[in-house]
Design a protein around this ligand. Structure first.
Ligand code: FES
Length: 490
């Protein structure tokens, strides 16, 4: 008998993205009912999935992790207690199935005996035929050497390793892996849950567990009231999932949902990306991480011996990248923070103050269409954050990046973009060069039309003001509705 799987779990098992799985469903190749697919139909679309190939998901995840430059996270077995509880839950399920099977088997046996007694008392061809039909059926079932449904077995294995979480009211889904807390897993999956301290003190990550079991894995000082406990509330930053969960959780959908924060981070790395662009890698303290939406900006400042240097920059990394924040900073003589960075005044391990986030150059979470990013020079930085976030969140629809450069080495992370295109079927990447920025803006839109046939999608434009202005003008002239156009000048 075929086994039913959610689309997320089917994607998880076959090692493709949820967006790819949705494409198979939309094309009719993979029938789905109420968001569920059968293992039988899944195997028709992915005939090569084998139990011994259960590393498929991990391989794809690793490619994606490496392609997106994040450190490889600890993806090991959950701790012994969680593992024991998951095995117990599966054993209980198995015992229940066995109990049912035994009952059905006994019932069939009793029916067969009853037929024999009836035939003995009053011979009947029909009853004899019925008895033979049951004998043949039993022989077929008991003597069958048909292998177990590969995907069902694989699903059982993965259910021990990971737990599936469905969020209300958004309907978003993600998996808790290894020893992650539910909050860590939600952030890694590109969600924007409410949280603050991440160490059990503030209570901002409080959520209601609608179904399933959690287990506390970190100490917490925040006192949940008796009525909150009775209603099933728990702190997501200190609990992992023992079983699959359904939770009610607050999520940030708009920039106004996120409070301004002031944090002192540490410089982890300063590295040239091109002759006039520097990567600044900051790391926030474990106890106070920056909460932001992909595409937002912050103010950075350092206090020198004689002056304060400050500047506003877009964050180039994904909110899903734990405590790591990246910035692509251009050498601009009018920007004193950039000047001090290029002059070596700011060094590794120095403290840097962050204030923010701000800006509304963010993804619309309700969007299911394709998304295009049209960027120029270091306007790539916020687009990088948006692309990484869209991929982490497995947003449906294709992603297209058109990167115009107006100077040498302008495509300073071209290899990374190529790696994304290699790792993801839904991502495409095009470069163009131009000396003149307004001309580059118009050329990028022409390129979009040539590749996509229409500008009709969500479009994010970022780069120098004259580039942005020219690209927006061309997009509007091409018929892009204003509500689908998002832009930010650097
Ligand atoms: S984030 Fe503060 S208690 Fe969980």
């Amino acid at each position: 008998m075929s086994h039913l799987l959610t689309v997320s779990r089917a994607a998880h098992l076959t090692g493709v993205t949820r967006a790819d799985m949705q494409k198979h469903i939309a094309s009719g190749a993979l029938p789905s009912h109420d968001g569920m697919v059968t293992t039988e139909n899944l195997l028709k679309v992915f005939p090569d999935v084998r139990l011994e190939d259960s590393g498929a998901f991990e391989r794809i995840a690793k490619i994606r992790e490496e392609a997106f430059g994040r450190r490889i996270r600890e993806r090991i077995l959950p701790n012994q207690e969680v593992l024991a509880q998951r095995l117990t839950a599966q054993s209980e399920e198995l015992a229940e199935v066995r109990r049912h099977l035994t009952s059905y088997h006994d019932l069939i046996g009793a029916l067969r005996e009853r037929i024999d007694l009836m035939v003995a008392a009053s011979p009947s061809e029909q009853l004899t035929a019925l008895g033979e039909f049951i004998d043949q059926g039993l022989a077929g079932v008991l003597g069958s050497d048909e292998p177990a449904d590969t995907l069902e077995v694989l699903d059982d294995v993965l259910r021990v390793m990971t737990a599936h979480v469905k969020v209300k009211p958004s309907g978003r889904e993600f998996f808790v892996e290894g020893n992650e807390t539910v909050l860590e897993a939600a952030l890694r999956a590109g969600l924007a849950p409410s949280y603050g301290c991440r160490n059990g003190n503030c209570g901002l990550c409080k959520a209601r567990i609608v179904s399933g079991r959690t287990k506390q894995v970190h100490h917490t000082d925040y006192p949940l009231s008796a009525s909150e406990r009775a209603q099933g509330h728990t702190l997501l930053c200190s609990h992992t999932a023992v079983t699959d969960l359904e939770i009610e959780m607050l999520e940030a959908n708009l920039p106004s949902d996120i409070p301004e924060q002031e944090i002192v981070a540490t410089v982890r790395k300063i590295e040239p990306l091109a002759t006039d662009i520097m990567l600044l890698h900051l790391q926030t303290p474990r106890t106070s991480r920056l909460r932001f939406l992909a595409g937002q900006r912050v103010t950075l400042s350092v206090s020198g011996l004689s002056a304060n240097f400050r500047g506003d920059y877009p964050i180039a990394s994904c909110p899903c990248d734990d405590r790591n924040l990246h910035f692509h900073i251009c050498n601009n003589p009018e920007d004193d923070f950039a000047r001090s960075l290029f002059a070596g005044v700011i060094k590794a391990n120095d403290p840097v103050s962050l204030f923010g986030p701000f800006g509304d150059f963010v993804l619309r979470k309700d969007v299911v269409t394709d998304i295009a990013f049209i960027v120029c020079d270091s306007g790539f930085a916020p687009a990088k954050s948006l692309i990484e976030s869209a991929v982490a969140a497995d947003m449906p629809g294709a992603l297209q990046l058109i990167w115009a450069a107006t100077r040498d080495n302008g495509h300073y992370l071209e290899n990374q973009c190529r790696a994304w295109a290699d790792a993801l079927d839904t991502f495409s990447f095009f470069t163009l060069k131009a000396n003149d920025r307004p001309a580059a803006g118009a050329a990028a839109v022409t390129r979009l039309l040539a590749e996509a046939g229409s500008v009709r999608r969500e479009v994010y434009v970022s780069g120098p003001a004259d580039f942005v202005e020219a690209a927006c003008k061309a997009l509007m002239a091409g018929g892009l509705p204003a509500a689908q156009l998002h832009y930010e000048s650097s």
